[in-house]
Design a protein around this ligand. Structure first.
Ligand code: IMP
Ligand code: MG
Length: 178
Protein backbone atom coordinates (compact mmCIF):
# COMPACT_ATOMS: atom_id res chain seq x y z
CA UNK A 1 0.00 0.00 0.00
CA UNK A 2 0.96 3.61 -0.37
CA UNK A 3 0.29 6.67 1.77
CA UNK A 4 0.68 10.40 1.66
CA UNK A 5 3.19 11.55 4.26
CA UNK A 6 3.31 15.34 3.82
CA UNK A 7 2.43 18.30 1.68
CA UNK A 8 5.59 19.32 -0.18
CA UNK A 9 4.25 22.28 -2.17
CA UNK A 10 0.95 23.91 -1.33
CA UNK A 11 -1.55 25.34 -3.83
CA UNK A 12 -0.50 28.95 -3.15
CA UNK A 13 3.14 28.25 -3.91
CA UNK A 14 2.09 26.46 -7.11
CA UNK A 15 -0.15 29.38 -8.13
CA UNK A 16 2.73 31.84 -7.60
CA UNK A 17 5.08 29.74 -9.72
CA UNK A 18 2.47 29.45 -12.51
CA UNK A 19 1.90 33.20 -12.44
CA UNK A 20 5.64 33.87 -12.74
CA UNK A 21 6.01 31.38 -15.62
CA UNK A 22 3.05 32.91 -17.46
CA UNK A 23 4.53 36.40 -17.15
CA UNK A 24 7.94 35.25 -18.34
CA UNK A 25 6.52 33.31 -21.31
CA UNK A 26 4.26 36.22 -22.29
CA UNK A 27 7.28 38.56 -22.34
CA UNK A 28 9.54 36.15 -24.23
CA UNK A 29 6.99 35.42 -26.97
CA UNK A 30 5.45 38.90 -27.14
CA UNK A 31 3.39 39.31 -30.32
CA UNK A 32 4.11 35.76 -31.55
CA UNK A 33 1.70 32.86 -31.74
CA UNK A 34 2.66 29.81 -29.69
CA UNK A 35 1.71 26.20 -30.24
CA UNK A 36 1.43 24.89 -26.68
CA UNK A 37 1.75 21.11 -26.45
CA UNK A 38 0.53 19.50 -23.25
CA UNK A 39 1.96 16.07 -22.44
CA UNK A 40 -0.87 13.81 -21.33
CA UNK A 41 -1.97 13.04 -18.81
CA UNK A 42 0.18 14.60 -16.11
CA UNK A 43 0.53 18.09 -17.57
CA UNK A 44 -3.21 18.67 -18.05
CA UNK A 45 -3.82 20.39 -14.72
CA UNK A 46 -0.73 22.62 -15.04
CA UNK A 47 -1.52 23.40 -18.68
CA UNK A 48 -5.04 24.56 -17.83
CA UNK A 49 -3.67 27.01 -15.25
CA UNK A 50 -0.66 28.12 -17.27
CA UNK A 51 -2.40 29.06 -20.53
CA UNK A 52 -4.69 31.45 -18.65
CA UNK A 53 -1.58 33.34 -17.46
CA UNK A 54 -0.19 33.70 -21.00
CA UNK A 55 -1.43 36.68 -22.95
CA UNK A 56 -0.05 35.75 -26.39
CA UNK A 57 -2.21 34.17 -29.08
CA UNK A 58 -1.86 30.42 -28.75
CA UNK A 59 -3.05 27.10 -30.05
CA UNK A 60 -3.32 24.17 -27.68
CA UNK A 61 -2.51 20.61 -28.68
CA UNK A 62 -1.73 17.39 -26.84
CA UNK A 63 0.59 14.40 -27.12
CA UNK A 64 0.85 11.22 -25.12
CA UNK A 65 4.19 9.43 -25.08
CA UNK A 66 6.02 6.68 -23.24
CA UNK A 67 9.77 6.67 -22.99
CA UNK A 68 12.27 3.85 -22.78
CA UNK A 69 15.80 4.19 -21.51
CA UNK A 70 18.47 1.86 -22.78
CA UNK A 71 21.18 1.89 -20.12
CA UNK A 72 23.74 0.07 -22.24
CA UNK A 73 23.81 2.93 -24.75
CA UNK A 74 22.79 5.64 -22.24
CA UNK A 75 20.01 7.01 -24.36
CA UNK A 76 16.30 6.65 -24.82
CA UNK A 77 13.42 6.50 -27.22
CA UNK A 78 9.85 7.65 -27.14
CA UNK A 79 6.79 5.83 -28.33
CA UNK A 80 4.04 8.21 -29.44
CA UNK A 81 0.68 6.99 -28.18
CA UNK A 82 -1.26 10.06 -29.26
CA UNK A 83 0.19 12.43 -31.83
CA UNK A 84 -0.47 16.11 -32.50
CA UNK A 85 -3.46 17.33 -34.50
CA UNK A 86 -1.52 20.34 -35.82
CA UNK A 87 1.42 20.63 -38.19
CA UNK A 88 4.15 22.45 -36.26
CA UNK A 89 6.47 23.30 -39.17
CA UNK A 90 7.52 26.94 -38.97
CA UNK A 91 5.81 27.34 -35.57
CA UNK A 92 7.07 28.41 -32.15
CA UNK A 93 6.41 25.35 -30.00
CA UNK A 94 6.21 25.26 -26.21
CA UNK A 95 6.09 21.77 -24.68
CA UNK A 96 4.36 21.73 -21.30
CA UNK A 97 5.31 18.83 -19.01
CA UNK A 98 4.42 17.99 -15.42
CA UNK A 99 7.85 16.98 -14.12
CA UNK A 100 11.33 16.30 -15.47
CA UNK A 101 12.94 13.35 -13.80
CA UNK A 102 15.54 11.30 -15.73
CA UNK A 103 15.19 13.76 -18.64
CA UNK A 104 14.76 10.89 -21.12
CA UNK A 105 11.19 11.75 -22.19
CA UNK A 106 11.90 15.40 -22.93
CA UNK A 107 15.23 14.79 -24.60
CA UNK A 108 13.70 12.24 -26.98
CA UNK A 109 10.50 14.18 -27.59
CA UNK A 110 12.41 17.35 -28.43
CA UNK A 111 14.50 15.41 -30.95
CA UNK A 112 11.35 13.89 -32.47
CA UNK A 113 9.60 17.27 -32.79
CA UNK A 114 12.66 19.06 -34.19
CA UNK A 115 12.45 16.66 -37.14
CA UNK A 116 9.12 18.31 -38.03
CA UNK A 117 10.90 21.63 -38.69
CA UNK A 118 9.33 24.00 -36.16
CA UNK A 119 10.76 27.51 -35.88
CA UNK A 120 11.61 26.91 -32.22
CA UNK A 121 10.99 24.48 -29.37
CA UNK A 122 11.09 25.32 -25.69
CA UNK A 123 10.10 23.21 -22.69
CA UNK A 124 8.19 24.39 -19.63
CA UNK A 125 7.93 22.00 -16.67
CA UNK A 126 5.89 22.55 -13.54
CA UNK A 127 8.43 20.62 -11.45
CA UNK A 128 12.03 19.55 -11.91
CA UNK A 129 14.01 16.82 -10.12
CA UNK A 130 17.55 17.56 -11.37
CA UNK A 131 19.18 15.04 -9.00
CA UNK A 132 17.56 12.17 -10.97
CA UNK A 133 18.93 12.93 -14.44
CA UNK A 134 20.17 10.05 -16.59
CA UNK A 135 20.68 12.24 -19.64
CA UNK A 136 21.61 15.88 -19.90
CA UNK A 137 18.49 17.99 -20.15
CA UNK A 138 17.60 21.50 -19.03
CA UNK A 139 14.11 22.93 -19.38
CA UNK A 140 13.70 26.52 -20.53
CA UNK A 141 11.08 27.31 -17.89
CA UNK A 142 10.82 25.57 -14.52
CA UNK A 143 8.13 26.14 -11.93
CA UNK A 144 9.62 24.61 -8.79
CA UNK A 145 12.70 22.44 -8.25
CA UNK A 146 12.01 19.44 -6.02
CA UNK A 147 14.18 16.98 -4.07
CA UNK A 148 14.35 13.26 -4.87
CA UNK A 149 10.98 12.20 -3.46
CA UNK A 150 8.03 10.62 -5.23
CA UNK A 151 5.31 13.24 -5.44
CA UNK A 152 1.64 13.20 -6.44
CA UNK A 153 -1.07 15.80 -6.96
CA UNK A 154 -1.56 18.75 -9.30
CA UNK A 155 -1.73 16.28 -12.21
CA UNK A 156 0.98 13.90 -10.98
CA UNK A 157 -0.14 10.34 -10.34
CA UNK A 158 0.74 7.07 -8.74
CA UNK A 159 -0.90 4.17 -10.63
CA UNK A 160 -3.32 6.66 -12.16
CA UNK A 161 -4.49 8.06 -8.84
CA UNK A 162 -4.05 11.33 -6.91
CA UNK A 163 -3.97 13.67 -9.94
CA UNK A 164 -6.83 15.66 -8.43
CA UNK A 165 -5.03 16.70 -5.23
CA UNK A 166 -4.67 20.51 -5.26
CA UNK A 167 -1.34 20.40 -3.36
CA UNK A 168 1.76 18.43 -4.29
CA UNK A 169 2.30 15.71 -1.68
CA UNK A 170 5.00 13.18 -0.88
CA UNK A 171 3.92 9.58 -1.40
CA UNK A 172 5.54 6.70 0.42
CA UNK A 173 5.14 3.32 -1.20
CA UNK A 174 5.65 0.06 0.71
CA UNK A 175 8.22 -2.09 -1.01
CA UNK A 176 9.89 1.10 -2.14
CA UNK A 177 9.16 0.66 -5.84
CA UNK A 178 8.78 4.20 -7.12
P1 IMP B 1 11.54 11.27 -17.33
O1 IMP B 1 12.05 12.69 -17.15
O2 IMP B 1 11.69 10.78 -18.71
O3 IMP B 1 12.16 10.33 -16.33
O4 IMP B 1 10.00 11.16 -17.09
C1 IMP B 1 9.23 12.08 -16.48
C2 IMP B 1 7.88 11.44 -16.27
O5 IMP B 1 7.94 10.51 -15.18
C3 IMP B 1 6.89 12.50 -15.85
O6 IMP B 1 6.16 12.98 -16.95
C4 IMP B 1 6.00 11.76 -14.87
O7 IMP B 1 4.94 11.13 -15.56
C5 IMP B 1 6.86 10.68 -14.30
N1 IMP B 1 7.38 11.08 -12.96
C6 IMP B 1 8.64 11.36 -12.62
N2 IMP B 1 8.76 11.66 -11.33
C7 IMP B 1 7.52 11.59 -10.80
C8 IMP B 1 6.97 11.80 -9.48
O8 IMP B 1 7.66 12.14 -8.50
N3 IMP B 1 5.64 11.62 -9.37
C9 IMP B 1 4.84 11.26 -10.40
N4 IMP B 1 5.30 11.05 -11.66
C10 IMP B 1 6.64 11.21 -11.85
MG1 MG C 1 4.19 12.02 -17.60
Amino acid sequence: MERITEVMINRNEIAEAVERLGRQISEDYKGREIVVIGILKGASVFLADLIRKIDCPLIMDFMQVSSYYNSTVSSGNVQIRKDLDYDISGKDVLIVEDIIDSGVTMQCLKRELFARNPKSIKVCAAFDKPSRRKVEFTADYIGIEVPDEFIVGYGLDYAGKYRNLPDVCVLEVDGGDK
